[in-house]
Design a protein around this ligand. Structure first.
Ligand code: EPU
Length: 421
């Protein structure tokens, strides 16, 4: 297994281009299953999650070529097993998002139940209830969801919980259903809006994405599409924190400011200068950071996917910060590792009280999930001495070549291949 070693204490300076968004690309890959023709996506990030989704699509019969420009031909799917097997779903929960498209386009789907994961229980009850509302017949047996429907029909459905994947799954299914669908209490994330935009380019009739209610007029066919993937607001936010805590000065090209108000607001409260420049954001870290209080919320609130990273910023700020995680029940796994590096964080249920400033000391730490790993990299950038991060495959799920890109900004960071641990 690879490891990353960081010699902390360098200011980050320069320009970095933000990649296409993982969480926008993954549902778009699934949306191809709805199409009658070839789909081409550009600015696709090179990440292991994207490869996992490609493997799943190939197992369903899709023909796939390219990487950053990704071409997916779904025309071989019709005779396939229409099954998302456990081995793929357990490595990446976003695999369940093939269920809606398969059901709508081919009338059936067999998808492994994902089970829990490192950050929480993460049930898919809302995906299933939404598909049932559209007329799907759903059975759970032997760890799999078996879904069937001759033709889905439009319906009104209110989500009990705001769910990004659930909204995407049901919206895709409704795009090919007969008649009109009204989905209420939907997720408003930019990645939901992006999916609706692309489905509409394919011929769907979807209205309201980005608001709490989405209305869909079902159509009979969707065609292939070409699309450039939206920039990744979480990758951008992670690099913004890196610039902020190292007292750096970094221009993030393509950073999607419109989707990042909650993060920018918190950085500014902490004393970080963030300003629009060209097609991006310039971030200038202050000499002294001010504490902040953050509570994660569905979009447009502060994203849970930035909670671990903003916590590192809070640890180096002068004073006491409070960080509340409201989306996932077990998303503080970075805390014990940050504490081993010197942070003072006290967790009670879903609230972390952070006392700063921490003068981090480098040591060996273990990555546990994607965003937790990013927080360890950030702590390593400001730590005295060497930080060695093990299990970096978690990072590879969501950050393309993070070592190379941080090195270009002046960080002393190396990746070693094949290290044990
Ligand atoms: N939930 C339910 N029932 C459901 C679905 C969700 O109770 O049927 C709960 C979950 O357990 C969770 C909350 O609702 O507590 C929100 O989950 P959501 O369904 O919104 O999450 P997701 O679609 O599985 C996506 C991102 C995550 C991100 C969340 C929240 C993708 C591929 N993943 O997951 O990204 O944290 O939305 O914004 O889009 C990451 O990139 O590191 C990551 C984990």
């Amino acid at each position: 297994m690879d490891k990353i070693v960081i010699e902390g204490g360098k200011r980050l300076n320069g320009t970095i281009a933000v990649n296409g968004a993982k969480n926008a690309a993954l549902p778009l890959q699934c949306a191809v299953l709805l199409a009658d023709g070839v789909c081409t996506f550009r600015r696709v990030p090179r990440l292991s999650d994207i490869e996992t989704m490609n493997r799943l699509l190939q197992s369903l019969g899709c023909d796939i070529a390219g990487e950053q420009t990704l071409t997916i031909d779904p025309r071989g799917v019709n005779e396939g097993p229409l099954e998302a097997a456990y081995d793929l779903v357990k490595t990446m929960r976003a695999s369940v998002t093939v269920m809606g498209p398969l059901l709508a386009r081919y009338g059936r789907a067999k998808v492994s139940l994902p089970g829990g994961c490192a950050i929480g229980a993460r049930p898919i009850d809302q995906h299933l209830r939404g598909l049932e509302a559209l007329g799907a017949d759903i059975e759970l047996s032997h760890g799999y969801v078996h879904a069937q429907a001759r033709r889905l029909r439009g319906a009104q459905f209110v989500f009990d919980t705001i769910t990004v994947g659930g909204t995407q799954n049901v919206m895709m299914a409704a795009a090919l259903a007969k008649g009109s669908t009204r989905l209420e209490n939907v997720a408003r994330e930019p990645e939901v809006q992006e999916l609706a935009l692309v489905l509409n380019k394919m011929g769907a009739k979807i209205d309201g994405a980005g608001t709490p209610v989405i209305e869909i007029e079902g159509v009979d066919h969707l065609r292939g599409v070409e699309h450039v993937i939206l920039p990744d607001r979480i990758e951008a936010g992670t690099f913004m924190v890196a610039a902020a805590i190292t007292r750096g000065n970094v221009l993030l090209e393509h950073a999607p400011l419109d989707h990042m108000h909650a993060v920018v607001t918190k950085l500014e409260e902490a004393g970080v200068e963030c300003r629009a420049e060209g097609h991006g954001i310039r971030v200038i870290g202050p000499d002294r950071l001010t504490p902040i209080d953050v509570s994660t919320q569905p979009h447009p609130g502060f994203p849970t996917d930035m909670q671990a990273q903003i916590m590192v910023l809070a640890t180096v700020a002068h004073g006491q910060s409070t960080i509340i995680e409201t989306i996932f029940e077990n998303r503080f796994m970075h805390v014990p590792e940050l504490c081993r590096m010197g942070a003072q964080i006290h967790v009670n249920a879903n609230t972390a009280v952070v006392r700063g400033p921490t003068h981090y000391g480098g040591t060996t730490v273990m990555a546990t999930d994607l965003r937790a790993s990013a927080s360890l990299v950030l702590a390593g950038l400001v730590a005295r001495g060497k930080t060695e991060i093990r299990r970096v495959y978690h990072l590879d799920r969501g950050y393309e070549a993070i070592d190379v890109r941080l090195r270009e900004l002046g960080a002393e960071i190396q990746r070693y291949h094949g290290a044990r641990g």
